[in-house]
Design a protein around this ligand. Structure first.
Ligand code: PLP
Length: 238
C-alpha cells in the first residue's frame, strides 16, 4: 500500500470531518467523490483500496469529466463496485457511451440533452440519477445553468420520465476572497432548498449538493455540501 496515498487520503478525510463538525454537521453527511480525470485506472484502484483500509464501510464515489475517459476506465474498475459518475459536460454524440458507463450524470445543463437522455432511459426501461449543474459564479469558463434559471430547469428535469433528479452540482468561484467562494455555495444551497420545498414528489428527493474540491472543501461543507469532489489532494498534482 502506498503510504503517501494513505497519508493524503487521511488528510482529506480529516479536513472533511473537521469542516463538518465546525459547521455543526455529522461528518457522515458528506460523501467523498474521487475526481479521477487524467489518472490511470491503476492509480484509481489504489486510491479506492486505500480508502477501504482507512475508512472501512465509508461510502465512496468516482467521477470522470470526459466520457472518453469514463469509457476507457470504468470497465477496468467495475469489479470494485464503486459508482462512477459523469461530472463534466456531456456532448450529444456521447450519450450512448455515457448511458452505458455512468451510474449518474451530475452535470445536466441543457434541456435538449436532458430530454434526449430521458427518452433513451424511458425507452430502455431504466431510471438515471442526474444532478443539475449550476454556474453559481457566473464565470464564463464554467458550465451550468444560471442561478436564476436553475429552479425552473430543475423542476423540468425532475418531471422527465427516465430521469430521477437527485440534486445539484457546481464548481465554485475561482476567487481569492473566501467569502465570495462561500457565497456561491450558499446560492446553490438556496436553490436546492427552494426546489426541494416546491412540493412536487419528483423534486423532494433532489437533496444532494455536490460542491467543494481540493482547494475549497471547507466552505462548501459549511454551506451544506453532501458530496465533495476531490482530485489533486488525493492523487497529487495533475
Ligand atoms: C477536476 C475536478 C474536480 C477536482 O478538482 P481538484 O482541485 O483536483 O480537487 C472536481 N470537480 C470537477 C468538475 C473537476 O473537473
Amino acid at each position: 500500500m502506498d503510504d503517501d496515498l494513505l497519508t493524503r487520503l487521511a488528510a482529506v478525510r480529516d479536513r472533511v470531518t473537521r469542516a463538518a463538525l465546525d459547521g455543526g454537521r455529522a461528518p457522515d453527511e458528506v460523501r467523498l467523490l474521487l475526481a479521477t480525470k487524467t489518472q490511470p485506472a491503476e492509480a484509481i484502484r489504489a486510491a479506492v483500496l486505500a480508502h477501504r483500509v482507512l475508512a472501512p464501510g465509508a461510502p465512496l464515489l468516482l467521477g470522470e469529466n470526459r466520457v472518453g475517459e469514463l469509457v476507457a476506465k470504468a470497465p477496468a474498475l467495475a469489479d470494485l463496485g464503486v459508482p462512477y459518475h459523469l461530472i463534466g459536460p456531456l456532448q450529444s454524440n456521447k450519450l450512448t457511451a455515457a448511458l452505458r458507463y455512468a451510474d449518474g450524470i451530475d452535470s445536466v445543463e441543457s434541456r435538449r440533452l436532458a430530454q434526449r437522455l430521458a427518452a433513451r432511459c424511458a425507452e430502455a426501461g431504466r431510471t438515471l440519477d442526474v444532478m443539475v449543474q449550476v454556474n453559481v459564479s457566473g464565470e464564463a469558463t464554467k458550465h451550468g445553468v444560471s442561478p436564476e434559471d436553475a429552479a425552473e430547469f430543475a423542476a423540468e428535469v425532475a418531471a422527465m420520465d427516465g430521469l430521477r433528479l437527485v440534486g445539484f452540482q457546481t464548481v465554485g468561484a475561482l476567487h481569492p476572497d473566501a467569502r465570495v467562494v462561500r457565497a456561491g455555495y450558499a446560492t446553490l444551497r438556496a436553490i436546492r432548498d427552494e426546489v426541494v420545498a416546491s412540493g412536487g414528489a419528483a423534486t423532494a428527493q433532489a437533496v444532494e449538493l455536490s460542491m467543494g474540491m481540493s482547494g475549497d472543501l471547507e466552505p462548501a461543507i459549511r454551506e451544506g455540501a453532501t458530496i465533495v469532489r476531490i482530485g489533486t489532494a488525493v492523487f497529487g498534482p495533475r
